[in-house]
Ligand binder design. Structure first.
Ligand code: GLV
Length: 394
C-alpha cells in the first residue's frame, strides 16, 4: 500500500482501482476541458502573504455554512454515479462526512437513494435537486428529502442541457455498466471493485428508478437527461420549489453577477459559484476567477459558496480569502472513495484539514472566520473586467 500524503496520491490509486468508465466520468470536463483545467490551475497565481512571529497557538477551523456548525468550511459536493466509484459509495461518503463533521450533499443522480442515506446516518444531510420536466416526480423527490430530514436543498441550475464529455460517449457510460467485451476486460483488472459490486444491490439510480413514471431501467445518463432535464427552466420554477421546500435553499451553478443578483431576489439562503466542475460550459471562467466578481456584487446580501478545482487546503483558504463562506469538494473525495472506500473519504478530509490549518498558521491567523483578502498579495487575483457592469461604472 503506497503512503498517502496528498490528494494526488488518492487520485492515482483511484485510477488503478475504479473501472475506466466510472473513473473517466468523474475525472473529465466537457469538450476541450479548458475550464476543467483552469479550475485547478487558476489557484496557482494567487499568492499568500507569509507572516512570522505571531502567536499561532489554539487555531480553529470551526465555522458555519447556512447556519450549520462545521468542523471546517468544506462540504462534500453532490456528484453523480458516486456508488459506481465504489460499492455503496454515497453511504460510505455520507458516513465519513458525518463522523468528520462536515456536510454531505446527495445528488439526484446518485446510486444510493435518499432513504438509503437516511437509514445509514444519524444527522441531517443535504439533498441536491435537478429540475425535471416531470413535476410530479420533483414534488415527490422534495417530499422524500423532507421525510428524510434533509436540512438543505441544493438546487442546481446549470444543467438544463448537458455538456458533451467525449469519454462518456466513447466509454458508453451507464449504470449498471454494460457488459461489453472491453468493459469486462477492464473490470477484470479491478477485483476489489468487482467484489464490492457483487456484494451490493445498489447498481442503478436509486432516487429515480422505480420512482419516476415509466422509468424502470435507466441506463444511459445522456439519453435520460436529454429527455427529462428541463431546458425551459426559469426563476419562476425556483419560486415553485420554494413553495414546496421551506428549509434552507442553496442555488448552485451561479457564474455571473447578474444571475447572482437574481438568486438573491429569489430568496435563496446561499449560492454556489460553480461551473459544474468544468463539465458544462467549456470556456467559462474558472470558479476561483469568477468568485471575486460575484462576492463584490452580492457578498453582503447572501452567503457565497464555491466549488471547482479544490485539491488542497491551500485552495480552500484562497477561496475563503476571496470571499467564499465555504467550499465543496467533488473529485477530491471521489478519489478517496475510489481508492479506499470510507477510509479514503476520511483521508481526503484529514489531508485538506491539515493543509488548511497549517496554511492559515503560515498566514498568521488562528481563526478561519478571520480569513479575508488581507492574507493575499494584492495584484495576484482580480475581478474580471467583463464583470464590471455598466451600472457599476456610473
Ligand atoms: C451530472 O451532474 C454530471 O455532471 O454528470
Amino acid at each position: 500500500m503506497p503512503v498517502i500524503t496528498c490528494i494526488e496520491d488518492l487520485r492515482v490509486l483511484a485510477q488503478k482501482r475504479v473501472p475506466r468508465m466510472f473513473y473517466d466520468y468523474a475525472d473529465a470536463g466537457s469538450w476541450t476541458e479548458c475550464t476543467y483545467r483552469a479550475n485547478c490551475s487558476d489557484f496557482a497565481p494567487i499568492k499568500f502573504r507569509q507572516r512570522v512571529a505571531v502567536n499561532m497557538e489554539n487555531r480553529t477551523l470551526r465555522t458555519t455554512m447556512v447556519g450549520e456548525d462545521v468542523r471546517m468550511p468544506v462540504a462534500l459536493a453532490p456528484t453523480g454515479f458516486t456508488g459506481m466509484q465504489h460499492a455503496d459509495g454515497e453511504i460510505l461518503a455520507a458516513r465519513a462526512a458525518e463522523r468528520f463533521g462536515v456536510p454531505f450533499t446527495l445528488s439526484t443522480m446518485s446510486i444510493c437513494s435518499i432513504e438509503d442515506i437516511a437509514a445509514h446516518t444519524s444527522k441531517p444531510f443535504w439533498f441536491q435537486l435537478y429540475m425535471m420536466k416531470d413535476r410530479a416526480f420533483i414534488e415527490r423527490l422534495i417530499a422524500r428529502a423532507k421525510a428524510a430530514n434533509c436540512s438543505a436543498l441544493v438546487l442546481t441550475l446549470d444543467l438544463q442541457v448537458l455538456g458533451q464529455r467525449h469519454k462518456d460517449l466513447k466509454n458508453g457510460l451507464s449504470a449498471p455498466p454494460k457488459l461489453t467485451l472491453p468493459n469486462i476486460v477492464n473490470m477484470m483488472t479491478k477485483p476489489r471493485w468487482c467484489l464490492g459490486m457483487l456484494g451490493t444491490q445498489r447498481r442503478g439510480f436509486g432516487n429515480i428508478v422505480g420512482h419516476a413514471s415509466d422509468v424502470s431501467d435507466l441506463s444511459s445518463l445522456s439519453a435520460w437527461t436529454a429527455q427529462q432535464f428541463d431546458p425551459a427552466l426559469s426563476w419562476a420554477d425556483v419560486e415553485w420549489i420554494k413553495q414546496r421546500w421551506d428549509g434552507k435553499l442553496i442555488i448552485k451553478g451561479i457564474m455571473d453577477p447578474e444571475d447572482a443578483r437574481l438568486a438573491v431576489q429569489s430568496g435563496a439562503d446561499a449560492i454556489v459559484v460553480s461551473n459544474h466542475g468544468g463539465r458544462q460550459l467549456d470556456g467559462a471562467l474558472s470558479s476561483i476567477a469568477a468568485l471575486p466578481g460575484i462576492v463584490d456584487a452580492v457578498g453582503s446580501e447572501i452567503e457565497v459558496h464555491m466549488d471547482g478545482g479544490i485539491r488542497s487546503g491551500q485552495d480552500v483558504i484562497k477561496a475563503l480569502a476571496l470571499g467564499a463562506k465555504g467550499v465543496y469538494i467533488g473529485r477530491a473525495f471521489l478519489y478517496g472513495l475510489g481508492a479506499m472506500g470510507e477510509a479514503g473519504v476520511t483521508k481526503t478530509l484529514e489531508i485538506i484539514e491539515r493543509e488548511l490549518d497549517l496554511t492559515m498558521a503560515f498566514c498568521g491567523l488562528t481563526d478561519v472566520r478571520k480569513v479575508d483578502k488581507a492574507i493575499l498579495i494584492p495584484g495576484t487575483w482580480q475581478v474580471p473586467q467583463s464583470y464590471i457592469l455598466p451600472g457599476d461604472l456610473a
